[in-house]
Each structure stands twice: as structure tokens, then as C-alpha cells.
Ligand binder design. Structure first.
Ligand code: UDX
Ligand code: UDX
Ligand code: ADP
Length: 464
């Protein structure tokens, strides 16, 4: 079966870039990306492609090349479903904030809504692709909804989890380590799997396209993120030990990373991992393990989150203790708000939690991030529920550049590893700050000795 028309439900950080790359590599396939959010779709269709709602290096060029040729963004979900041979579900699956599994389980209400919508609209057979990260065995629930429409339409469900990382989404999509496609081993299932393999084979070498059963695929997505997050928590745990033993976590990471069994990547100690996936997926894994009665398995993985929460709190606490145990009324400058560089995504960013802690200590929080706007910063803090909008508007200040943000600050803290912070005129920053001028490097971005040389009271994460 040759796919000619793809619909993607959800024009977010996953759906948007993924569909743009598919459209660019498969000119003969029409790709319709739909979303309920009118504002988001309007931005995807903005005449000036620099205004698309997601910042990713290289993405706007691809959108420019394909948009209105074979890549379309719209809010007409039903039409797009009806036209498609293959439907990708890329809607958000946040952690549940209510009811059973609150704070742990994935909230599947958006997924279920999609399934019901597909079931009500479809008049011919379709391949449904799970793109969003889902708990293992979600395909079972999807199937139950889709197969009970009574209109004779047949659905084949595939799991095709996305492994792209934000900030490098386009590169990750163009040259993935692997593409994973889980499907049923029935004749229909295999044919559906083959149809999706053929889409990716337009640009991905076939030996990098792995096929498995649906459950392995669903579980692999959760565990890939759990393993990656575990590495970060492991090195972050060591960062604290390094600080008290006069070891240097950068040196330790290099030393262990050269062991090919361990490998060099994902060993950067940080102020804590963020992003939409790591915490959510681990909580999800923990919840699933618990629901099967596997309490030791659940506790093992939960420790990765506990360590991460500790790292964020520890960093915030460090700022307070170094500033003579009080930040009340002091100006603390945070450089970076995104959860990592090269993205405008702020979900679960460590900066949110550190700010909340500092606000609670009555600090004034001053923030600069090259890609995040004030509204986002205020709404991220609002979600934690500890301060009202009025309080935040009064005590959180935002800037258009790093130098003005740091001007007359008592302390500067690097929260995101944006390249431009490396290039800052740090002597100038120092001159304009209150003395002693404290600098907290939560990303090991700057040269510790050089900064100490300028005169900063320097704290570099993981350096004793
Ligand atoms: C270890 C370190 O590898 C080595 O660098 C250090 O110098 C000494 O300790 P060793 O204990 O000899 O070496 O064996 P290793 O191959 O690391 O295996 C340790 C245990 O882990 C074994 O019981 C092995 O069966 C088990 N293991 C290892 C697994 O169960 N699965 C694996 O994938 C790898
Ligand atoms: C992650 C997975 O990498 C990706 O495969 C999956 O599809 C989605 O989740 P993402 O969340 O976009 O991607 O970013 P990632 O690069 O994994 O970083 C996650 C967090 O870990 C960031 O806050 C980052 O700063 C932090 N991190 C990462 C570290 O603190 N140290 C590291 O060495 C690596
Ligand atoms: P991700 O990082 O997983 O891509 P996002 O939140 O960025 O998550 O994107 C998910 C998108 O899915 C949002 O823009 C949301 O509006 C959209 N969405 C959620 N449910 C539906 C639905 N039933 N139909 C269409 N779009 C939906």
C-alpha cells in the first residue's frame, strides 16, 4: 500500500517538525497537520516563516520550502481525517492532575478524543500511528474505541515513537539513530508496518528502521527517556559529591565517559533536567510498574526524579546560603529560562522551580532568555500555584538582553546553556553588579578560574 495522504493531529513540538520533514522528504505525499488551537495554526501559516510557533534551528527553512505545496496547517480536523490513508496522533499526554493516578499517570483524554473523532469521521480503512509518548498498552484502548464504531471501517494501529530532542529536532529527524515502528504480526498489521517503513525509507537507511511488536515499541519510548534521565541524575548525584570532595565533575565525566561501555554523551551535570518528556515518562513508568504490583521496580525509577528535584532545590538553596542566608529584596538575575538551549520550550524547566524557591525567599527575580517571552515566564510560575498573577507581575522582571538583566544585580545564575552567555562581556557584567558579585554557573558553561580572576564569587556546579 502506497501512502498518498497523511494527517497529523497535533501541531506541537513533535507533530510540527516531524511532519515538516516528512513533507520535505516525500514530495508525492500530501501532509495535513491539524490542531484545535486556532492561534497555533495561524502562526504555522504566518506569511513570515520566522513567526512559526516553534523555534528549532533549520525548521523555518523546511516549512518555507514545503508549505502550501504538500504541507498544510489547518484547524479542519474532520476533513483531514477523512482524506487520510494514515493518521499520526501527536497530541499532548500530560501527567494527570486529578483523579486516579494523579501526579503520575499519563492523561489520555486528548488521545481518546482523537480516537473518537477518527471513529466518527472515517469512511474508509486507515492506519493509525501513535506518535505521542504513551503508556505501554495504549494501543489496546485505542483499538477498543476504534473497532466499536459499527461502520465496518478497519483500523490498523502502529506505534512509532518520536526520539527527536528539542533544539536538534530537524537534525534528529533527518539523520535519526533509528526509527522504531511497532505493529501487529497479522497480515494486515505487517502491511501497515511496511507502508510506514516505506515513508521513512525515503531518507532513512533501512537498517536503521527497526520493527517490533506494538508493546515493545510503546515501552521502548518510555524506557529510552528513563535511561537518558537516569544518566543525568547519576551525574548530578556525583556533582554534589564532587563539590564536597574537591573533585571536579567535568573531569570525572570525561574519565568515565571514555569507557566505551559507558560512553561520553549525556554526562553533563546540570541544575536539573527539564523538558516535556523525562519527568512525565518516568512518572508514567513508575505508575505502570506500581499498577502491576512491581514496587521495587517503581521505587528504583522514582529515585531518578527524587534526585532531580533535589538538584533543583540544592541549586536554589546554594544561592541563598552564599548570599549570607538572605535574598530578601535582592536582585537575582537568571540567565536562561528554556529547559535547554536552542528551544523556546519551557516545560518543566529548572529555572521555574529555582525562581519559585527564590520568590519564596522574597527575592526579586530578573530573567533574560533569548527565545522566551515574559507571558510564558509568568504563566509557568503561575502553574506552581504559590504566587498570584499580581505578585508575579510585581516581583518578576524580564529583559531583552543579558547585560541589562544583570545590571545592579546581587547575583547572576546561569540556568540555560545558551551560547551567547559564553560570549558575554563578563568584565562589564561584574563592573555593573553589587559587590561582592556572585555568579552561579548551573550549566558549567564558563571558565571558573577566568571568572574568579575577574573578581566574581564563583560557584560552578560540581566543582569542589
Ligand atoms: C568490573 C568492571 O567492569 C571493571 O572495569 C573493573 O575494573 C572491575 O569491575 P568485573 O566485575 O570483572 O569488572 O566484570 P563486569 O564485566 O563489569 O561484570 C560485572 C557483573 O555484571 C557480572 O556479574 C556480569 O555478569 C554483570 N553484567 C555485566 C550483566 O549482568 N549485564 C551486563 O550487561 C554486563
Ligand atoms: C528527550 C529525549 O532526548 C528525546 O529522545 C525524546 O524524544 C524527548 O525527550 P528533550 O527533552 O527534547 O529530549 O531534550 P534532552 O536533550 O534529552 O534534554 C532533557 C533535559 O536534560 C534538558 O533539561 C537538558 O538540559 C538535560 N540534560 C541533558 C542535562 O542536564 N545533562 C545532559 O548531559 C543532557
Ligand atoms: P508535543 O510536545 O507532544 O508535541 P504539544 O503540546 O506541543 O505537545 O502539542 C500537542 C498539540 O496537540 C497541541 O497544540 C494541542 O492543541 C493539540 N491537540 C490536543 N488534542 C487535540 C485534538 N483532539 N485534536 C486536534 N489537536 C489536538
Amino acid at each position: 500500500m502506497m501512502i498518498k495522504n497523511i494527517c497529523c493531529i497535533g501541531a506541537g513540538y513533535v507533530g510540527g517538525p516531524t511532519m515538516s520533514v516528512i513533507a520535505s522528504k516525500c514530495p508525492e505525499i500530501r501532509v495535513n497537520v491539524v490542531d484545535l488551537n486556532e492561534d497555533r495554526i495561524k502562526k504555522w501559516n504566518d506569511e513570515n516563516v520566522d513567526n512559526i510557533p516553534i523555534y528549532e534551528p533549520g525548521l523555518s527553512d523546511i516549512v518555507k520550502e514545503c508549505r502550501d505545496k504538500n504541507l498544510f496547517f489547518s484547524t479542519n480536523v474532520e476533513q483531514a481525517i477523512s482524506d487520510a490513508d494514515m493518521i499520526f496522533i501527536s497530541v499532548n499526554t500530560p501527567t494527570k492532575t486529578y483523579g486516579v493516578g494523579k501526579g503520575m499517570a499519563a492523561d489520555l483524554k486528548y488521545i481518546e478524543l482523537c480516537a473518537r473523532q477518527i471513529a466518527s469521521v472515517a469512511t474508509n480503512d486507515k492506519i493509525i500511528v501513535e506518535k505521542s509518548t504513551l503508556p505501554v498498552r495504549t494501543a489496546e484502548s485505542l483499538k477498543a474505541i476504534l473497532d466499536n464504531t459499527g461502520n465496518g471501517v478497519k483500523f490498523d494501529i502502529l506505534s512509532n515513537p518520536e526520539f527527536l530532542a528539542e533544539g536538534t529536532a530537524v537534525d534528529d529527524l533527518l539523520t535519526p539513530d533509528r526509527v522504531l515502528i511497532g505493529g501487529e504480526s497479522s497480515e494486515r498489521g505487517l502491511a501497515a508496518q511496511k507502508a510506514l517503513v516505506e515513508v521513512y525509507a525515503h531518507w532513512v537507511p533501512e537498517d536503521r528502521i527497526l520493527t517490533t511488536n506494538v508493546w515493545s515499541s510503546e515501552l521502548s519510548k518510555l524506557t529510552a527517556n528513563a535511561f537518558l534521565a537516569q544518566r543525568v541524575s547519576s551525574i548530578n548525584a556525583l556533582s554534589e559529591l564532587c563539590e564536597v570532595t574537591e573533585a571536579d565533575v567535568k573531569e570525572v565525566a570525561r574519565a568515565i565517559g571514555t569507557d566505551s561501555r559507558i560512553g561520553p554523551k549525556f554526562l553533563n551535570a546540570s541544575v536539573g533536567f527539564g523538558g516535556s518528556c523525562f519527568q512525565k515518562d518516568i512518572l508514567n513508568l513508575v505508575y505502570i510498574a506500581k499498577s502491576y504490583g512491581l514496587h521495587e521496580v517503581a521505587d528504583y525509577w522514582e529515585q531518578v526524579i527524587i534526585m532531580n528535584d533535589h538538584q533543583k532545590r540544592r541549586f536554589a538553596k546554594k544561592i541563598v546560603t552564599r548570599l549570607f542566608n538572605t535574598v530578601s529584596g535582592k536582585k537575582i538575575c537568571l540567565l536562561g529560562w528554556a529547559f535547554k538551549k536552542d528551544t523556546n520550550d519551557t516545560r518543566e524547566s529548572a529555572a521555574i522551580y529555582v525562581s519559585d524557591y527564590l520568590l519564596n525567599e522574597h527575592a526579586e527575580v530578573h530573567v533574560y532568555d533569548p527565545k522566551v517571552k515574559r507571558d510564558q515566564i509568568i504563566s509557568d510560575l503561575l502553574v506552581l500555584g504559590n504566587f498570584s498573577k499580581e505578585e508575579l507581575e510585581e516581583r518578576v522582571f524580564t529583559y531583552e538582553d543579558a547585560l541589562s538583566c544583570a545590571n545592579q544585580a546581587h547575583a547572576v545564575a546561569i540556568m540555560t546553556e545558551w551560547d551567547e552567555f559564553k560570549e558575554l562581556d563578563w568584565k562589564h557584567v561584574y563592573d555593573e553588579m553589587f559587590k561582592p558579585a556572585f555568579l552561579f554557573d548551573g550549566r558549567m558553561l564558563l571558565n571558573h578560574d577566568e571568572m574568579t580572576g575577574i573578581g566574581f564569587q564563583m560557584y560552578t556546579l560540581g566543582k569542589g
